[in-house]
Design a binder for this molecule. Structure first.
Ligand code: PHE
Length: 593
């Protein structure tokens, strides 16, 4: 039985051990030691490589595996190594340390995933060249941003990773999840990330989370009832010489200015070609690149200013580099320009998801005779409120967290009052009636503004307002139109339901719900009750018709106003944990649609 040194000391790079057996197989020599620092492949972590040196020979360790209670080192032997020899062992530390960081990163990603979705059941982890963790369950693909954020928070907090040996009984008490088939009568090793539940683990681990460096979640892949979270770390060891958040702005700027001086010297070096210069000054191993990474170590209050200085220096270096390069290019006639080389295709964009939604919604309503119209997005109070049966100071107005435009010139306008950024598209109702063309079938899609910004609200969003006015319009027409819309936009298996509600400008009023696209109304984790709210609707109030110059004795109609972003999310099943992402201009988010 080999004593497993790496289990209690993941940082041991050298060891003196005794050979228990050395056998020649077909192509390799198989060596068993009394104790080993070599990690045998398992638990998703690749095996170590390295060297075993004895008095009469030397073995290159290619692969290491567990066999029963023994660790077998598969080696290429030069000379002789025999049982009883005392040998010096050394592992390939770069290789090990990278694997170890990747393995610890896997545990960090796991904790982050558990924060985001505690119902996932771990299946396995793969921490080799394309690392991932697999769970039973599923995750929305855009949860990768939250998981990445949480994982990097754990890294940045620089939490301690410690290991302990415990009995299975104790493990069951302390761990939140215990895999089946663990040996009962052996001490088990557990890993604890400071502040999290212990996890059984037999791999090598770094001692502080910051050693792992930045983690990227590259992809979330759902298949059948399983989901894989693919992650990556930076291949080279992050610089740990500067502890987290310990640089003052002044210190950092000092480094930046030093880098600027060094850059000058590099630019003066006449032996360097244009490309070499660019790599030395701006490449991924340049001083500037490492300073860019280290900006997160600057204390938060100084970070913005430090960043500005860094950018200025970067721009000035780029400018000097361009100047020097063009001089060098002119000077060297050897520079070869390949006119036949294929061009670089510019990246292709696509319409923003909200624009896509607006187009699609418009097309659907057009099919049943509705016309897309535009009305002001900055409008008189009269159209946004008063004509809709909400005179100034009416309490119902409070539901629309309205932005008012201040202007002394507008104050005297008795009829129209002040100016607002439209908090809903219903300002288009009376405006459309004023065109005095009946019947009306309008679909008004526009920006709306409300004083709200949090995970489920953006201060600027879109609504689509439908209005139908004719002789003898009924609630049956209203449900018919809604049904037509959701079946075309959301899918044929989707249904609507009306709930009584109150709006000043419709009577009766409803709130319209759509059945959840996942469980179709039965109730699931996403929707809870089976139904999701689409927006408001109702039969237009006679007072509103009158305000628009229409005689309610002759004509009646219905109207509805729903959120574009909301309707889109109910179609795609996209569940954003932060709706502000839609307008954050983050290409990683937008590329997914
Ligand atoms: N304007 C209402 C809102 O923003 C929705 C609505 C429109 C309700 C038309 C009834 C009729 O909540």
């Amino acid at each position: 039985m080999t004593e497993l040194i790496y289990l209690s000391d993941s940082y041991r790079q050298n060891d003196r051990a005794k050979i228990v057996s050395s056998e020649r197989s077909e192509k390799d020599t198989l060596i068993v030691l009394d104790q080993t620092i070599f990690y045998p492949q398992g638990g998703g972590q690749p095996s170590d490589k390295g060297e075993i040196v004895g008095p009469n020979g030397k073995a290159k360790v290619k692969h290491v595996r567990m066999q029963g209670d023994d660790v077998v080192h598969e080696c290429i032997l030069e000379g002789e190594l025999k049982a009883g020899d005392h040998v010096d062992c050394a592992i390939d530390w770069d290789w090990r340390y990278r694997n170890m960081r990747r393995h610890s990163a896997g545990h960090i990603v796991h904790e982050a995933a558990m924060i985001v979705s505690p119902l996932l059941i771990p299946v396995k982890g793969e921490h080799g060249s394309n690392p991932y963790i697999e769970y039973k369950g599923s995750l929305p693909i855009d949860s990768k941003y939250v998981i990445e954020k949480k994982a990097n928070e754990i890294v940045e907090k620089n939490l301690a990773l410690t290991t302990e040996f415990v009995s299975l009984e104790e493990l069951q008490k302390r761990a939140s999840y215990v895999p089946q088939h663990l040996p009962k009568n052996k001490p088990l090793r557990i890993l604890i990330i400071e502040g999290f539940h212990p996890i059984p683990d037999g791999g090598t681990q770094v001692s502080k989370t910051s050693e792992v460096g930045p983690i990227t979640i590259s992809k979330i892949e759902n298949e059948d009832d399983k989901v894989r979270i693919y992650y990556a770390i930076e291949e080279t060891q992050p610089s740990v010489s500067i502890p987290q958040e310990s640089l003052s702005g002044a210190q950092y700027v000092g480094f930046v200015l030093e880098a600027q001086q060094n850059a000058k010297k590099i630019l003066e070096d006449t032996s360097l070609g244009v490309e070499d210069l660019r790599i030395a000054l701006l490449g991924s191993k340049s001083e500037l690149a490492s300073l860019t990474k280290q900006i997160r170590n600057v204390i938060a209050s100084d970070r913005q200013q430090a960043g500005t200085v860094l950018n200025q220096v970067k721009r000035s270096i780029e400018k000097q580099l361009n100047e020097v390069s063009s001089v060098k290019r002119q000077a060297s006639s050897e520079e070869f320009f390949d006119m036949t080389a294929p061009g670089i295709p510019p990246p292709m964009g696509h319409l923003h998801i909200v624009t896509q939604a607006i187009t699609e919604i418009t097309r659907i309503f057009e099919k049943i005779g509705f016309t897309r119209v535009r009305h002001p997005e900055v409008d008189w109070d009269w159209y946004a409120f008063e004509s809709l049966n909400m005179p100034p100071n009416h309490p119902a107005r409070d539901e629309w967290e309205t932005f008012f435009v201040e202007s002394s010139k507008l104050e005297n306008n008795k009829r129209f009052q002040s100016i607002v950024l439209t908090p809903h598209t219903s300002n288009g109702q009376v405006r459309e009636m004023e065109k005095s063309k009946l019947p009306i079938r309008m679909i008004n899609i526009a920006k709306c503004y409300r004083r709200q910004s949090d995970v489920s609200h953006v201060p600027m969003f879109h609504q689509f307002e439908g209005m139908y006015i004719d002789k003898g319009v009924s609630i049956g027409n209203l449900t018919g139109v809604f049904d037509f819309f959701v079946k075309n936009y959301h899918g044929i298996d989707r249904k609507i339901r009306l709930r009584p509600f109150h709006f000043q400008f419709t009577e009766p009023s409803f709130e319209v719900d759509i059945n959840c696209g996942i469980c179709l109304g039965k109730g699931c984790r996403l929707c809870k009750e089976g139904w999701l709210e689409l927006g408001g609707a109702g039969m237009i109030h006679p007072v509103v018709l009158k305000n628009g110059g229409i005689n309610p004795q002759d004509y009646n109609g219905f109207a509805f106003g729903w959120g574009v972003e909301r309707a889109y999310m109910m179609k795609s099943g996209t569940k954003l944990d932060d709706i502000r992402l839609i307008y954050s201009n983050d290409i990683r988010f937008l590329q997914q649609f």
